[in-house]
Structures are given as structure tokens and as C-alpha cells.
Design a protein around this ligand. Structure first.
Ligand code: ZN
Length: 188
């Protein structure tokens, strides 16, 4: 069988959509289900099949880690932020049930830089408000997501304002954690 048409991990035929190219092969839709949602297409392209197998092992361990995760503080949104102040770690999950979601447990110490910015659409003045957490982490380079629930906000509208407030409240929650020094971490 043509190697280009089967999944490098499970060997099943690839479907037309939903596959991910990796450095030395292709993964089928099924085989990426367990991956972190924070892997970008570019991240996949930089992964070898061996790297990806390690990523899946990491994801299994993450599920166990979540058992010990205590959400002391949470901020709800399209993506919700949960902070474990005792364990000094956080998760950001699209689903309310972050355990079921197997949301990545990330140590606060891994944070290098946090930014909020607007992405403008090419064909209109509408914007998305994006939240980006750059990490020094073996599995995830950055946690990046759109804060507004639906794409395209009219600038200076009420929805734009509440979305920006939400993004700022994520930022405040991070900044209020003791011992977080983004600038210092960034230089390392
Ligand atoms: Zn597969």
C-alpha cells in the first residue's frame, strides 16, 4: 500500500480531512484525538513519529496529574482558566469538565510571557481578541486562543469591551500569583 495514504502511527487508511502532517509522516484523525489542543499545525510539522509517541505518553500522564489538580480560582469564558494556587499550576480548557477534556496541566513556572492582542481581519475592520501564553515547556510552546466566543468583534462595541475585560481578568489572575516574574523567566 502507498505509504502516503496510510497513517504513520496506526497504519489505517487516511481520510480526506482532518489528518496532520508531521516531520516524517502523516497522522490520521483518530490518532490526533488524544493530543494536546495547543499543538499548532507548525508544531506537528516539527514532530517526528517518535516525538509524537512521547507526546501521547505525556498526555496519559497528564490525565493522572489532573487527579491532583485543585482549582482554587477560575475564570469562565469560551476558554476557562483554572488556577491551582497550591500546586502552582494552571489549566485552560474549552470544556467545563477539564478532567474529561484532559486539559494540559502547566506549571506556572513554565510561563515566559503573556500577551493580549487584537487580530484584524483582512477584509473588514472586525477584530478578534487573542490571548497568548508563551511557555518554556517540553511539550507545549504556547497556549494561544481567541477570547471572543464568535469570530469578529466590532471595535469599541459593548462586546469588544467585555471581551477585553475578560482577557484582562485572565492576565490579572496570572499576575496575582506569587513568585511569578515573567521578565526574569524570559531571559533564561
Ligand atoms: Zn492513525
Amino acid at each position: 500500500m502507498d505509504n502516503e495514504k496510510i497513517c504513520s502511527l496506526c497504519g489505517q487508511p487516511l481520510s480526506r480531512y482532518g489528518n496532520k502532517k508531521i516531520k516524517d509522516g502523516v497522522l490520521c484523525r483518530n490518532c490526533i484525538k488524544a493530543a494536546s489542543p495547543w499543538l499548532s499545525d507548525e508544531d506537528y510539522l516539527n514532530l517526528t513519529l517518535e516525538d509524537y509517541k512521547k507526546h501521547l505518553e505525556y498526555r496519559e500522564k497528564n490525565q493522572e496529574k489532573l487527579e491532583g489538580f485543585k482549582a482554587d480560582k477560575s475564570i469562565a469564558g469560551k476558554y476557562s482558566l483554572y488556577l491551582d494556587e497550591t500546586g502552582k499550576q494552571f489549566v485552560i480548557s474549552k470544556r467545563k469538565d477539564y478532567k474529561k477534556d484532559n486539559a494540559d496541566v502547566i506549571p506556572l513556572d513554565d510561563i515566559k510571557e503573556i500577551s493580549i492582542f487584537e487580530e484584524r481581519y483582512l477584509d473588514s475592520d472586525d477584530v478578534d481578541i487573542c490571548f497568548d501564553v508563551k511557555l518554556d515547556n517540553a511539550q507545549i510552546d504556547n497556549v494561544y486562543f481567541r477570547v471572543n466566543e464568535f469570530p469578529g468583534l466590532v471595535r469599541d462595541s459593548e462586546e469588544h469591551k467585555t471581551t477585553l475585560d475578560l482577557a484582562l481578568s485572565y492576565l490579572d489572575a496570572f499576575e496575582n500569583e506569587d513568585g511569578l516574574d515573567f521578565e526574569q523567566a524570559e531571559g533564561e
